[in-house]
Design a protein around this ligand. Structure first.
Ligand code: S3P
Length: 181
């Protein structure tokens, strides 16, 4: 894989890991644009992620997600991008992320994820319908190796506040920025 450094900061991890809370903080500190693939999909479709799953199907959502991811990552100005938890399932998404800058995995244990995803938040995530705890355990088990594969940096978020996670992300990214010539 071709790796470029110092370009986009890409946040990956499970639903509930804090990507959408931490991403805007990191973007503000870096003075960069912030993008969230779920929000971009919703904007393009004019409906929520839950509605898309319901009215169309997961495959349709995944196609839109891949399209939006490519669009966001091809932006020339370095951005901070939060990527929906399931985007890593697609190999070409993983390749694009790996090539676009620094990929940071916000790693949380299933127990933390369950604790953080309130009933209301779980309702907005169709994959958690019915049995959120079981679904989180299963999805986390399937995806862990993929987050591991794509990530340049791992931040364990279980005992950190959003500001602390943002600080850890910034520190890790600063450490990877190539020296000025
Ligand atoms: C999904 C995660 C969600 C959203 C959709 C599917 C997943 O995004 O894309 O509900 O498969 O993990 P967040 O990770 O931002 O919650």
């Amino acid at each position: 894989l071709r790796r470029t450094q110092g370009e986009h900061v890409v946040l990956v991890g499970m639903m509930g890991s804090g990507k959408s809370t931490v991403g805007p903080i990191v973007a503000a500190r870096l003075g960069r644009r912030y993008a969230d693939t779920d929000a971009e999909v919703e904007k393009a479709a004019g409906s929520t992620v839950a509605e898309l799953f319901e009215r169309k199907c997961e495959r349709h959502f995944r196609e839109e997600e891949s399209r939006v991811l490519e669009e966001v990552l091809s932006g020339a100005a370095p951005a901070v991008v939060s990527v929906g938890g399931g985007a890593v399932l697609d190999r070409s998404n993983r390749k694009k992320m790996a090539e676009s800058g620094t990929v940071v995995w916000l790693r949380a244990t299933p127990a933390t994820l369950v604790e953080r995803l309130s009933a209301q938040q779980a309702a907005a995530r169709p994959l958690l319908a019915g049995d959120p705890e079981g679904a989180i355990a299963r999805l986390e088990g399937e995806r862990r190796p993929l987050y591991q594969e794509v990530a340049d940096v791992v931040v364990d978020v279980d005992y950190l506040s959003a500001d602390e996670v943002a600080a850890a992300v910034l520190e890790a990214c600063a450490g990877r920025t190539p020296e000025a010539p």
